[in-house]
Design a protein around this ligand. Structure first.
Ligand SMILES: N[C@@H](CCC(=O)N[C@@H](CS)C(=O)NCC(=O)O)C(=O)O
Length: 124
């Protein structure tokens, strides 16, 4: 990453963190039975992200709003996650949702708007 990009990211980071905390939505309510079904389904999902990425905040807020328990893999904190994302999905861009179906097939879904649309269509 270029010095300019790194500097811009470092300057934006506190704003993104603040926005993330202040605007995080409250989770929707479900019956315990429905929540248990949703929790089972979300075990097959993993979000590749990093804390100060604004597009990741957008997806994390949707996850919070929908009350989803999705494993988070931070690609800046752990280089293994970044490498797995590059190898599996083909690029290091975040956010990326890894979806594994019941047969073990994997889909790497990029683009925050597409990820949010997918989550709403399944759990909204
Ligand atoms: N249009 C994308 C933009 C995602 C994006 O630009 N992500 C940045 C971080 S904020 C990124 O992953 N850049 C490439 C990289 O770090 O390898 C979206 O809405 O998800």
């Amino acid at each position: 990453m270029s010095l300019l990009k790194r500097t811009a990211r470092a300057m934006l980071a506190p704003c993104v963190r603040l926005y993330d905390r202040l605007r995080r939505p409250s989770p929707m309510q479900r019956t315990p039975e429905r929540q248990a079904e949703v929790d089972l389904a979300t075990q097959r999902l993993v979000l590749y992200h990093f804390e100060t990425c604004p597009f990741c905040v957008r997806v994390r807020h949707k996850i919070a709003e929908l009350g989803l328990d999705i494993e988070m893999r931070d690609t800046l904190l752990d280089p293994h996650h970044r490498q797995a994302l590059a190898e599996g999905g083909g690029k290091t861009q975040v956010p990326c949702l890894l979806i594994t179906d019941e047969q073990g097939n994997q889909e790497w879904l990029y683009e925050s708007a597409d990820i949010n649309r997918y989550l709403v269509s399944r759990f909204g």
